[in-house]
Design a binder for this molecule. Sequence first.
Ligand code: PLP
Length: 358
Amino acid sequence: MYQIKIPFINLTKQYLQIKKEIDKAIKKVLQNQQFILGEELRRFEHGLAAYLGCKYSVGVGSGTEALILSLRVLGIGKDDEVITPVYSFIATTIAITEVGAKPIFIDIDPDTYQIDINKIEEKITNKTKAILPVHIYGAPCNIDQIKKIADYYNLYLIEDSAQAIGAKFKNRKLGTFGILNCFSFYPTKNLGAYGDGGAICTNNYTLYQELRRIRNYGQVKKYHHNILGVNSRLDEIQASVLRIKLKYLDDWNKKRRAIAKLYLRELNNLNIKTQTIIKGGISNYHLFVMEHPKRSQLQKYLTAKGIQTLIHYPIPIHLQKCYRYLGYKKGDFPVAEKLAKKLISLPMYPELTKSQIE
Ligand SMILES: *Cc1c(COP(=O)(O)O)cnc(C)c1O
């Protein structure tokens, strides 16, 4: 076993910076003994909407559930098709199959690692209901081009912004382009809770109201259930933590960008290829990802030096065993398959020091 000198992520460092505020906020929830759908959530939802520049946000149980409820509230289900990138965290596709719809995969661009927008239109059929793009690693996909396609073919646009909170395209925050936009507050995300959490953001009042009911058993008023709902709520303790962390998010993202800049400077000197950020885009550097032809050797070498790295992601979604029934095979998405063998993620969190980065 090698000793880890530079971990991939270090949440303790962040906690210690804001410990006083966090402990106080959690204590307040404990004193109030209101744990579900209370004042903390109400205030966090307002804060998040204001931060993003959208009208409404709905706190839910996780990022995956944000995606599931979004598809569901739009009536997407059996016999419907949803267009989505083949290379992402699997939750994006899980949401589609969970509502009974069929994921239609699109290969990714070899430079941006984002959904290849030139391959979307040929996959649109009369069953297509929505496009569900991902802002991979916290960098914007070509969201305004995708929105144009969605509008032209009358499809819903749902953003998977789970990795991209605070990132921008043309000065507009990601997660404000779609009719519904999904965020994750999984602890290691840029805005991480101390447990599971997620949110859906929208400017559509009707969908906002409906989502608030669906997440709470479809309840219109107590014990009156006109629509079918589920139980998926962001709890008060998580909301209280997130409310504090939201104040620091821009600062943390700025630090991540400064770290990325240092990485890029050093890696460019070595001619190592990294993720291309599209023109007009600002990444939040949720992950810092680079390509290497001898990835596993490099990873072993770094491990021996005490530097922890991860692979996002080793298997493209169409080759996951759970999706064998979809009928895709090796070779269907050559770009994703090639990159799955070459990409490696370096340590990335705001508290990394200059010497660690170097
Ligand atoms: C984290 C993540 C999700 C799922 O969020 P959870 O809160 O873990 O359910 C969905 N999509 C992407 C791209 C993610 O990175």
